[in-house]
Design a protein around this ligand. Sequence first.
Ligand code: TRP
Length: 446
Amino acid sequence: MSETLERWGSKRAFILAVTGAAVGLGNIWRFPYVAGENGGAAFLLIYVAFVLLLGLPVMMAEILIGRAGRRGPMQSLGALAAEAGASSHWRWLGLFGAFTVFCILSFYSVVSGWSIEFLVASVNGNFDGASAAEIGAGFESFLASPGLLIFNHSLFLFMTMTVVAAGVAKGLERLNNLLMPLLYGLLLLLAGYAATTDGFGTALSWLFLPSFGDVTTSVVLHAMGHAFFTLAVGACALMAYGAYMPDDQSLPKAAFAVAVLDISVALLAGIAIFSVVFAQGLDPADGPGLMFVTLPIAFSELPWGSLWLSVFFLLLLLATWTSAINLAEPMVATLQGLGWRRSVSTLAVALSVWLIGLLSAFSFSTMAEFRPLFGRNVFELVSSIPPDIFLPMGGLLIAIFAAWVMPQVRVKSALGVGERGYLLWRTIIRWVSIPLTFIVLLGGLL
Ligand code: TRP
């Protein structure tokens, strides 16, 4: 296996590619509703702490493995393990990551499909003048139509897999360059609008004034899972992107920039969404439908509302698109590493994700009561277990590999920082990130 020669075009391009992977449904759709179900401010505080103490150091570990190996995840892990004289079984971690992103992409594609439907509906002005109750009922009946969900799921997956088939390099780089600043500008506008609603004050205190009475081990576990999910860490997906990282870039600086960009998108989206939730007297623990109901309600009252809403759903769609490409990449890279052609690998991934995704699509109607495990239906399972359990497990193993198994000279050069920076990272990951992830995971499982 030869080393990859491709590189992202610039340092900025690498940061934007990773930000494109990080910013997606996790920030705009999942964060508000998971926070809503887990008590608001206390959840937010714990999640931000986890992003800094676990997500960030583990993100560096994951990317540096890819950068040091310069191959697909399984191959990089195998080669670096061999170099260290460690067991070649470490390469299976790459396969576990591929399985994790497989589960995640199967529901991710279905939910991203919702934003296609909502984009079309808002372009058509379907929400103009509709009442909050009508919009809520409309969403319910949309979910109860598996045909519509499957159509949009198929379309989204097709968009994703065509880009993956073509290779991630230049197209994505340009797309990210253009879209990420735009997404930001729109979110700021939206949060600005939220500040004028009656719910703004309630939203701020609900988001920023924690009451720790609500904190249970399950809240802590969800917050940790979300920290990994939102940073795209724990499934070797960023490892794949790290393989194309420019040689002279500081990894901690890049990772820190991504984390700041990522958290701020979640905060802005949270402020915007909860202001409307409280202004309209809706329930913050409304689950996965939260933003698909609140945003149309908010915009239906704004001048030019349909236009704003359309642009917002368009940007959400593009943000999830760059994330989904990142989710698909490690599976395709893994199959390629087994000697398959890229086109065949892409097709195989597309078909199997599509098929399993159907189970999520049907989970809102025909299969709503099919609850194979823990009393949860398929959508509830794949949207909770892989993010909350598999990602921290993968992240833990990735961290152990980088902090304890890999030759540390390689770690230091792949981090791209001086001795002090390296020692700081190593101390945090060895004595904070690894034990903390382990304890929370164990506590959550028991
Ligand atoms: N971070 C993305 C989001 O917040 C989802 C995502 C993209 C992801 N790539 C990933 C999650 C890899 C886990 C692993 O929407």
